[in-house]
Design a protein around this ligand. Structure first.
Ligand code: ZN
Length: 278
């Protein structure tokens, strides 16, 4: 999956200023400043940037391995030679995986900072907390933490069959599993049962938590569950959410799904013999 790195990811908050060899994550809209060479994504070092870029408002983002990454927004300035803005739709297809991960995390952080410039309660400008990754209103004290939305990915199985779906009205047209966001006050297991029933009319039992995936492209934290069909296998499609849903035997499962996602890992796992019991 896209977040499986061979090096350490340290995202503990600290106030810091970039140094010449710090990695510069510069955002513009949904793009990140990078050079592309032979399918590899490379970010500039802070010391390589023109003075106008070094004068931007920089924030410490995280450390990957031994490298410190800093984040800034660039609205209008000359670009370093050889660099351009690459959108998330494109950079997902490049390597190395550390760079794709850094770009995706910076996108989520950037979205969050941009959406929390002003207090949602009293309208005053917000400030960074000194002690944690949070935005704080100096006037009314409202504290806002990074936006992370819990959601489920559900592999509904019936013996040798897996339920596959396709989303309605989204750019992503490949096969997927049942998915949906948790509601306030809802245990995540109830999210599984509710989403499966809402989207397909099916009932499930024997839920087994598999693993999680931070899906930072949509500010989500995905919880993958295996479960078994209970009762009728007749699907009633929720057409506002899904364009199709159907049962596929292990040997019929199509290869057309996302290779970097928990969804893809679970579909491939089922094909290889995994499921609710193992
Ligand atoms: Zn306030």
């Amino acid at each position: 999956m896209f977040q499986d790195l061979d090096i350490r990811y340290d995202n503990a908050w600290r106030r810091a200023t970039p140094e010449a060899d710090s990695v510069a994550l510069i955002r513009q809209g949904d793009g990140i400043l990078a050079a592309l060479q032979e399918g590899q994504l490379a970010f500039p070092r802070f010391g390589q940037l023109p003075p106008a870029a070094r004068a931007l408002e920089w924030r410490y983002a995280f450390t990957l391995g031994d490298e410190s990454y800093f984040l800034a927004q660039w609205d209008d300035a000359p670009l370093p030679v050889g660099y351009g803005f690459v959108s998330s739709k494109d950079y997902r297809n490049y390597g190395p995986k550390e760079a794709v991960f850094a770009a995706a995390v910076s996108e989520s952080l950037h979205r969050w900072y941009g959406a929390n410039r002003f207090c949602g309660r009293c309208g005053k400008p917000m400030e960074d907390s000194d002690t944690e990754r949070a935005r704080v209103c100096p006037d009314c004290g409202l504290t806002v933490y990074p936006k992370i939305c819990p959601a489920v990915i559900v592999a509904v199985t019936d013996g040798d069959r897996l339920l596959l779906t396709k989303y309605q009205g989204r750019a992503f047209k490949r096969y997927a599993l049942v998915a949906g966001f948790a509601e306030i006050g809802e245990p995540i297991e109830d999210t599984v049962r509710r989403e499966v029933f809402e989207e397909t009319g099916l009932r499930v039992k024997n839920l087994r938590y598999y693993k999680s995936q931070p899906w930072v492209f949509t500010d989500s934290l995905l919880f993958g569950f295996w479960c078994e069909l209970e009762g009728s296998d007749r699907i009633t499609l929720q057409k506002s959410e899904l364009s199709e849903a159907g049962w596929y035997r292990r040997d019929e499962i199509p290869g057309d799904y996302s290779g970097i996602s928990l969804t893809g890992e679970m579909i491939e796992g089922f094909r290889g013999g995994r499921g609710p019991k193992e």
